[in-house]
Structures are given as structure tokens and as C-alpha cells.
Design a protein around this ligand. Structure first.
Ligand code: TIU
Length: 245
């Protein structure tokens, strides 16, 4: 049988394990949990004993990716991990896990740890959402769990995701796996996802692209930016919606 012709507006990114093709109007950039609580001192990440400075490297390349994606007129979605102030959506299994210096809901230097509405829970200034960009508040690690993300993607007609954010082996991996099982094609930008553990960063990325792309594709952000530079915003016409929580 002859191969199906590619849509005229298909963009191709050199990636592992092979070229990743996407149609910009059907593709969203997903920024996962780029919150002060994970990236800056005094938040949830540090309370778990992590060196949060390891995540700072993600911000400069992700800023470029965010700017280029916005300029191309594509859909941009942000997520934040966090809980209601009364912790009614935080299972005891999550609250009591490990021996953190501060638990979820405790008062830290950036407000209550991982609580919606607190300064530490919000997205870092460099990557702040613009009005009209959707923000998904999620209680778990995966962005599809207990959120309306799937419904939202279906309304806008999104079939592919460019995945970025933190941390690679926790919320990024969980979300990519959830997305993969729901039929979305995911390209993970290797330098725009970060881990507190260099060995997990490497293994996490390898796991996604292994076995012919068992969960998706992996590429450096420059490969995505190069591919995007040919896209005209007028040809994309991505839908945007109101900010959600
Ligand atoms: N601890 C850790 O690596 N990550 C999280 O708890 N959440 C996210 O990855 N966002």
C-alpha cells in the first residue's frame, strides 16, 4: 500500500528514535510544573532533600522554546502541581511519604508548600503564562489525572504534544506515559526537562525513545526551534481559551 501523503503543513524534527512529524495547529507546547516550589530554594523540591540548582538550566532554553512557540501561534499549556488549602485533595499516602524537612501545607519562606494560590506554587517569572494560555492545576504527578486536560485537548483538536518541564522522571514521565496511552504523540525536548538526579535525567530520556519510541520521541530544543522557524503564524491559527484551574 502506498504511504499516506503528509499534510502540507507538517513540520519534521530530527529526533530519537526517528523524525518526529507534527502539524502546528494540532500541536501544543506543554510546560510541566515550572513552579518556584520545584525550581527555587525554600520550596517542595528542596524540602525533599534535593539540590534545586540542577533544575535552573532548563529555564533559558525553555524561554526560547516558549517564545518561538508563541510566535508561531501554537497552543501553549502550563501545569502546576499542588493542593487545596485544606489538603482535601492530597492523599495521606502523598502527604506522609518520606522524611521531608517540611510537608505539603507547611509554611515555608515562599508560602505554604505546594498549596494553590501561594507564591511558591506559582510558575517562575521567566516562564509566566500569558493571558489566554491555559493553566492546569493538578493534584498528582500526571497532568491527565484528576484534570480536564484531555477534554481541553480534544476541544482544541490537539493530537501531538511538545513536552517540557520538571522533573524528568516524575511529572514529565508520568504525563508522557498518560498521554501515550491516550493516543497523543509526544516529543520531549531533552534540554527543556530537568531532574535533581543526572542519572535519572539520562535514563528517563532513554526510556522514552527506546524500543522504537515506546513512549515518544526525544530531541534537543534547537532541532525543534529550527523546524519551527519555517512556520507562519497565519497558517497555524491555534485556538486559545480562558485560564483554567
Ligand atoms: N520530586 C520530584 O522529582 N518531582 C515532583 O514531586 N513533582 C514533579 O515532578 N513536578
Amino acid at each position: 500500500m502506498p504511504a499516506e501523503p503528509l499534510p502540507a503543513d507538517q513540520v519534521t524534527v530530527p529526533a530519537d528514535p526517528g523524525p518526529f512529524g507534527f502539524v502546528p495547529s494540532r500541536t501544543a507546547l506543554l510546560l510541566i510544573d515550572m513552579q518556584r516550589d520545584f525550581v527555587e530554594p525554600g520550596g517542595f523540591g528542596e524540602s525533599l532533600g534535593n539540590d534545586v540548582s540542577l533544575l535552573a538550566a532548563v529555564i533559558p532554553p525553555l524561554r526560547k522554546v516558549l517564545a518561538a512557540t508563541r510566535a508561531a501561534g501554537m497552543t501553549v499549556l502550563h501545569t502546576r502541581e499542588g493542593h487545596r488549602g485544606d489538603l482535601s485533595d492530597c492523599p495521606p499516602a502523598k502527604l506522609n511519604r518520606g522524611t521531608p524537612t517540611m510537608r505539603i501545607g507547611d509554611l515555608g519562606p515562599k508560602g505554604r508548600i505546594l498549596i494553590r494560590g501561594e507564591y511558591g506554587h506559582d510558575i517562575v517569572d521567566e516562564l509566566a503564562p500569558l493571558p489566554g494560555e491555559v493553566v492546569i492545576d493538578k493534584p498528582g504527578k500526571g497532568a491527565f489525572y484528576a484534570t480536564d486536560l484531555q477534554e481541553l485537548l480534544e476541544i482544541v483538536g490537539i493530537t501531538s504534544l511538545i513536552v517540557t518541564g520538571v522533573t524528568t522522571e516524575v511529572c514529565v514521565h508520568t504525563t508522557v506515559r498518560e498521554a501515550n496511552d491516550r493516543g497523543y504523540e509526544c516529543l520531549v525536548l531533552a534540554d527543556c526537562v530537568g531532574s535533581y538526579f543526572p542519572e535519572f535525567q539520562q535514563a528517563g530520556l532513554a526510556m522514552i525513545a527506546a524500543q522504537g519510541g515506546i513512549f515518544g520521541w526525544v530531541a534537543p530544543s534547537v532541532a525543534y526551534l529550527d523546524a519551527l522557524s519555517a512556520v507562519s503564524p497565519a497558517a497555524v491559527g491555534a485556538a486559545t481559551g480562558p485560564e483554567r484551574s
